[in-house]
Design a protein around this ligand. Structure first.
Ligand code: SF4
Length: 240
């Protein structure tokens, strides 16, 4: 578990790494490829490790379960806001239920922290919920990433269909277009694309304003990456 530069969390924790979504703007894939080790994945395309390897990403960006990291939250006494899985999509369809449940168990063993989960595949939250496997803990937050209106239309019902005992949020990052939000979870994070990708898109101020105006009771958190567009008065609210 490491201190993070991500401004809405204090630490990131990666018991699982790797992702198959193939987003063109992915920073995690670039890092994983840089620190690629020599391990291969099994016939199921997955790798499980009980012990630490020399390389941080033994199978590059292929899905890897670092079981030896599961006790990291319980070893940290001071309460933290932990982004779980900054280098993966823990709820990707390729991730076995068993991996996710082991991660949930580790979180439950250290209830003094707040855990922020984030996925592009919120269908999996519902899927786990219907199986009675999605914890309804007050310190667990289930987020989904959206970047434009098409993403929003695809995913909003997934969060809306979770019970109110499950905390939810949107992470609109990188913001790639105007988004008209009908369903509003209690927390909305907004960020711009970073890095120097050739097709990088800069959000327009009016796209951000329309979200801020729509949020009457919901907390908005603007990431530092919005500063060049929004200016110095970034709104940075938490729902807790
Ligand atoms: S979902 Fe996240 S980790 Fe996966 S490819 Fe996209 S940006 Fe990278």
């Amino acid at each position: 578990m490491n201190k993070t530069k991500i401004d809405w969390a204090t630490m990131s924790w990666n018991p699982v790494t790797g992702c198959l979504h193939d987003c063109p703007y992915c920073y995690a894939r670039r890092i994983a490829q840089r620190f690629h080790g020599l391990d291969g994945v099994g016939s199921d395309g997955l790798l499980e490790l009980s012990e630490r390897r020399d390389h941080a990403f033994p199978a590059g960006f292929m899905p890897t379960f670092h079981k030896y990291r599961l006790d990291e939250p319980v070893k940290k006494n001071k309460p933290q806001v932990i982004f779980v899985g900054s280098m993966c999509d823990l709820f990707g369809d390729w991730v076995p239920d068993g991996w996710i449940l082991r991660v949930f168990e580790s979180c439950k063993e250290a209830p003094h922290h707040r855990y922020l989960f984030l996925t592009k595949n919120p269908e999996r939250y519902l899927n786990l919920y219907y199986k009675g496997k999605l914890p309804e803990q007050p310190n667990f937050w289930y987020g989904t990433t959206i970047t434009n209106q098409t993403d929003y239309e695809r995913v909003w019902r997934r969060l809306a269909n979770l019970p109110q005992t499950c905390n939810t949020y949107f992470s609109i990052e990188p913001m790639h277009g105007e988004i008209n939000l009908g369903f509003m979870p209690p927390w909305i994070i907004i960020g711009a694309e970073t890095g120097s990708r050739k097709d990088k898109k800069i959000p327009k101020r009016e796209w951000i304003e329309s979200i801020v105006l729509a949020c009457t009771e919901e907390a908005v958190f603007m990431k530092e990456s919005l500063r060049p567009v929004w200016g110095d008065n970034l709104i940075q609210k938490y729902p807790w």
